[in-house]
Design a protein around this ligand. Structure first.
Ligand code: SF4
Ligand code: SF4
Length: 433
């Protein structure tokens, strides 16, 4: 967000761009799509209200008060307002900058700061450390402790945040990064070479999903290269206001993937795809412009990619299933991809797509929002699941690990039987064996 001054009462480092704040003309078109406004009916929790707060700080009329910081973190960064806004105001991004500002004006306590730095600066940048950190959780599941917590009423005694974290935990297997071959040959007639950006959450929490992605890419005639040195895309850092760490990671990924001589860089994680597509802006002035442009031109979400290269469907087997589709915010609003996922679903023989109401509304996960704002997150999830229920579909399809965790938890909590499937899991069922 390269913008001219004034920074006003913002700290000058990483202040939100003034020109982007000024784009808001206060029309209110965004109000009807903002989930936090729908929850609170409070102007300051709306996109227009948040833009006004940022403007007042930038013009020196308001200090960066705790209320501004609270709104920055209460915003889901779902970007629905940007889709609706005639001026294209990126309130979610402005709030990301305000999260960074919160670190300047109200740094966390010493223990909280140490924990935050450890997670953002040590753990997330290190795939090996992340993988090791899952060992106790695997043990917890293997020894039957999770079963006991979930079925013997123990979870009732856990504090809310812990209960939610426990509830979100999927079955933990071997991280895919350790197992996936660096190169998988193209199946059938070769159509090109794809670099697979294997996201941390996908490798750790949904290895079977990303295994399907690699299988599909190969089936479609692409050689698949998955570099083991891949780093976190930086999305969690941006969401928490740690832009410096995000820049460090993005530079590493930029160098790594630029050296792979691939026609495309594909991801099956909506959050990663959104972050990767923002590298150009994040690294402006810090990396070679042409290299950034070329990198950006190759990034594709898996469904965007399949539609663009014209999915080969002649040998797909029927999958007799009715499904409904939840659109991840980072796909529909962050990348403007609403049609391609549906096209992929409709391409699978036997699958019936039943549209739900408000399919492009946030499910309430939104990174750490689901843990920091338990009640608000639950309300958003209940609203989503009511729409899922109304479709009567056999399964709920989505395309982002955060949504996947939250929706699966919600369905279990509400006693609903539908499984949650990533689009590639659905497509994988149709692939010849
Ligand atoms: S953010 Fe956009 S839609 Fe919302 S009030 Fe401002 S200009 Fe209008
Ligand atoms: S990003 Fe989402 S939660 Fe934040 S202001 Fe926009 S619509 Fe509301």
């Amino acid at each position: 967000m390269p913008e001219s001054s004034p920074a006003g009462n913002f700290h000058p480092a990483d202040a939100p761009g003034y020109a982007s704040i000024l784009q808001c003309m206060r029309c209110g078109f965004c109000l009807a799509v903002c989930p936090t406004y729908a929850l609170t009916n409070r102007e300051r929790s709306s996109p227009r209200g948040r833009a006004a707060l940022a403007r007042a700080v930038a013009e020196g009329k308001l200090e960066f008060t705790p209320a501004v910081g609270e709104e920055a973190f209460f915003c889901l960064d779902c970007k629905a307002c940007t889709t609706a806004c005639p001026s294209g105001v990126r309130v979610g991004t402005i709030m990301e900058f305000c999260r960074r500002q919160e670190q300047f004006f109200r740094p966390p306590s010493l223990p909280a700061g140490i924990l935050r730095d450890f997670i953002l600066k040590r753990m997330l940048p290190s795939p090996a450390m992340l993988e090791t950190s899952l060992l106790p959780l695997r043990l917890y599941q293997r020894l039957g402790l999770q079963w006991a917590v979930r079925h013997l009423g123990i979870k009732r005694f856990l504090p809310g945040v812990l209960a939610k974290m426990e509830g979100l935990l999927p079955p933990i297997g071997q991280p895919l990064r350790l197992e996936i071959p660096e190169t998988i040959p193209a199946g059938g007639v070769r159509r090109g070479r794809v670099a697979f950006f294997l996201g941390c959450a996908m490798s750790l929490l949904f290895p079977e999903v990303s295994r399907q992605t690699a299988r599909i890419l190969s089936h479609q005639g692409f050689e698949v290269v998955t570099p083991k040195e891949v780093k976190c895309c930086g999305a969690p850092h941006l969401a928490e206001g740690d832009r410096e760490s995000a820049r460090r990671l993005s530079l590493l990924n930029l160098d790594l993937f630029s050296g792979l001589d691939a026609d495309y860089i594909v991801t099956d994680c909506a959050g990663c795809g959104c972050a990767l597509k923002e590298y150009e802006e994040l690294l402006e002035g810090r990396a070679d412009r042409e290299k950034l442009r070329l990198f950006r031109s190759k990034i594709r979400d898996i469904s965007e990619f399949l539609v663009e290269v014209a999915i080969r469907s002649e040998d797909l087997r029927p999958v007799p299933l009715s499904v409904t589709y939840h659109e991840p915010c980072h796909l529909v609003h962050g990348q403007g991809l609403s049609g391609p996922p549906r096209q992929v679903i409709r391409n699978i023989p036997g699958v019936e797509l039943r549209e739900m109401k408000e399919s492009n509304w946030c499910c309430g996960m939104a990174g750490s929002f689901a843990l920091k704002e338990l009640e608000a997150s639950r309300k958003l999830l209940e609203r989503k699941l009511a729409h899922v229920r109304a479709t009567g579909a056999d399964a709920l399809v989505t395309a982002n690990p955060g949504c996947h965790l939250q929706l699966a938890w919600g369905l279990r909590e509400m006693g609903m039987k539908q499984p949650v499937l990533h689009i590639v899991e659905l497509l994988g069922r149709a692939l010849p064996t």
